[in-house]
Design a protein around this ligand. Structure first.
Ligand SMILES: Nc1ncnc2c1ncn2[C@@H]1O[C@H](COP(=O)(O)OP(=O)(O)O)[C@@H](O)[C@H]1O
Ligand SMILES: CC(C)(COP(=O)(O)O)[C@@H](O)C(=O)NCCC(=O)O
Length: 307
């Protein structure tokens, strides 16, 4: 990516120095818990990239809380806790949900006084039956496949301090919204929201997801590299589907593996790659931070918005 004039760019050596001295060493149990959800994650990136980032976020959070109080005083209103929302965007399979879970883990660990919750915008996809009814099953992940009004309403409720806000649950295994299942977001101090559409501007809404986010991260990588990660994940999803006929990947797991990968390549070429090029990549320059990854998900560059 060419350096943009409104971003500082850093390689990882430069970035890690910003919080080197005060780096809190990771404990053995913390390392275990990070490894437990993804044993491939680079612990060096956790120390050199994510811990300085968590520190930066905590500075921004303090600033945000002070500003909410100052604003409430000016308006002669009682100050109340307003959730700080972190948005994470990027292509399908670039590693948004892994980054989001890692940040959730680290923020909860270093700032236990804060309640941290996480959601994915996948929950606001229309159910398969509705996508089929509209004839847009091959547009899953495109802007029209999401109930953006419901997503905006959800974010508004969270910011307004509403208790127990429900979020529908999407399952990659079932490849659909799970009927009757919800996550509950209940007055968090920090909400992380990850999804391909977090930085998008919905065509038929006056307000955007980004009107509710206080810091946003775009996870970036070369499209050919992301295809590999997509296929690797497809392989993992197939490997766990053997026993379960309800699983979307069961039919692939039962059939010829090479043919299944051919189908996956085709899905990438006809759905996820065009979506990346048409709708996701153009939103990259709206992010506060761009995190660029290379082979094995190793972060090689960071871009931080200047203004
Ligand atoms: N930092 C990372 N280190 C190792 N593997 C990763 C990392 N981030 C993502 N992955 C792997 O890459 C694939 C896609 O990641 P995922 O978080 O599901 O992407 P997304 O949420 O963007 O679709 C998964 O197989 C995941 O295990
Ligand atoms: C549900 C998704 C739109 C969201 O992707 P995610 O960022 O969670 O990987 C995507 O995984 C998807 O289903 N895309 C449609 C084509 C496909 O099967 O890859």
């Amino acid at each position: 990516m060419n350096d943009l004039i409104n971003y500082y760019s850093f390689d990882k050596e430069e970035w890690k120095h910003f919080y080197e001295k005060k780096t809190v060493p990771l404990t053995a149990s913390e390392l275990r818990s990070i490894k437990a959800f993804n044993d491939k994650i680079s612990l060096q990136d956790v120390s050199n990239i994510y811990i300085p980032l968590v520190h930066l976020l905590s500075l921004q959070l303090t600033n945000f809380n002070n500003w909410q109080e100052t604003k409430a005083n000016f308006l002669h209103k009682a100050a109340r806790k307003v959730p700080f929302i972190i948005g994470i965007s990027g292509s399908v399979a670039v590693g948004k949900s892994t980054t989001a879970r890692l940040l959730e883990e680290l923020l909860s660990y270093y700032f236990p006084e804060n309640k941290v919750q996480l959601i994915t915008t996948d929950g606001f996809l229309y159910p398969t039956a509705e996508l089929k009814r509209q004839g847009i099953m091959d547009r899953k992940g495109f802007p029209e496949s999401y109930d953006m009004a419901a997503l905006i309403n959800f974010l508004n409720n969270v910011k307004a301090g509403v208790y127990n806000v429900k979020v529908p649950v999407y399952s990659h295994q079932v490849y659909d919204i799970v009927p009757g299942e919800f996550d509950i977001i209940d007055q968090p101090d920090i909400l992380i929201i990850e999804g391909i559409n977090v930085l998008q501007l919905p065509s038929n809404e006056q307000i955007y997801v980004s009107d509710f986010t206080d810091f946003s991260i775009y996870v970036d990588a070369d499209a050919n590299q992301i295809r590999e990660w997509y296929l690797e994940r497809f392989g993992k999803l197939m490997d766990t589907a053997f026993q379960d006929p309800q699983n979307h990947y069961y039919k692939y797991a039962q059939g010829n593996r090479a043919e299944a990968f051919e189908i996956a390549n085709n899905v990438w070429d006809t759905i996820d790659l065009p979506n990346l090029e048409e709708n996701i990549l153009p939103t990259r320059s709206r992010a506060d931070m761009i995190m660029h990854k290379t082979k094995h998900h190793i972060i090689d560059k960071l871009y931080l918005r200047k203004y």
